[in-house]
Ligand binder design. Structure first.
Ligand SMILES: NC(=O)CC[C@H](N)C(=O)O
Length: 227
């Protein structure tokens, strides 16, 4: 299974993401520059955090217009995994690969600390290594992580079990304490907390590791075991 980590101008978690996948998991991965990236030979696309285009206009809005996001949309349409973390999540909502939007945190401040999350849905390719209802700890680092969607969209998210992670102590004002959601097809996950910064105990938590392990395990089950 091969991972692509896409860096935009202003990304700053691309190396953390690459390191988590390549060095800690030992998976095959490349760090790609958005302008020259060709995603044809990759199985999973990882959109890392940061401040793409300086967060101008709206967070993620300018990156969402890039050519590489057209490739990401084609990849997603094939049912292949796409993970967006923090600014990656913002790019996914701006690209309409996920519903809703990320607004300024309710206290209008940038926040950077550990949060306790609940795993609400472990029946996705990203979360099978967790138990449903399990609490895990991951760091957040954002100024615009306040997830918002309209009431009809929220009912759809609930009905289709698209809410994957929630905050125990909602730090940013997100509706329904939402920290991460998947699309209806469950192959595109966006989340504000950073699993790539929680892949070994030295970093304060290793709870993020199982997200990447889930992905590799489920990929093998689908594409290798049955080949
Ligand atoms: N770490 C990040 O990805 C930061 C996300 C985003 N630019 C914000 O502050 O909301």
């Amino acid at each position: 299974m091969k991972f692509a980590v896409i860096a935009f101008p202003g990304s700053n978690c691309d190396r953390d993401m690459y390191r988590a996948v390549a060095n800690v998991l030992g998976a095959d991965a490349d760090l790609l520059w958005y302008e020259t990236a060709n995603l044809n030979n990759y199985d999973a696309i990882l959109l890392p955090g940061g401040f793409s285009y300086g967060d101008y206009l709206r967070t993620g809005a300018i990156a969402a217009t890039s050519n590489v996001m057209q490739q990401v949309k084609k990849h997603a349409a094939k049912g292949r995994p796409v993970l967006g973390v923090c600014n990656g999540f913002q790019i996914l909502t701006e690209s309409a690969l996920l519903p809703g939007a990320l607004l300024r945190n309710k206290n209008l401040s940038f926040m950077c600390h550990q949060e306790v999350l609940t795993v609400k849905n472990n029946q996705t390719m990203f979360t099978t290594a967790y138990s449903e209802g399990e609490t895990i700890q991951l760091p957040i680092a954002h100024g615009e992580g306040n997830y918002y969607c309209d009431e009809a969209t929220l009912q759809e998210l609930i009905e289709h079990k698209q809410i994957v992670f929630t905050y125990q102590n909602n730090p940013n004002g997100s509706i329904e304490n939402i920290a991460g959601i998947v699309n209806r097809e469950r192959n595109v996950l966006g989340m504000m907390p950073h699993p790539e910064r929680a892949v070994e105990q030295l970093l304060g938590s290793a709870d993020g590791l199982r997200l990447f392990q889930s992905l590799i395990h489920n990929w093998r089950e689908t594409y290798v075991a049955n080949a």
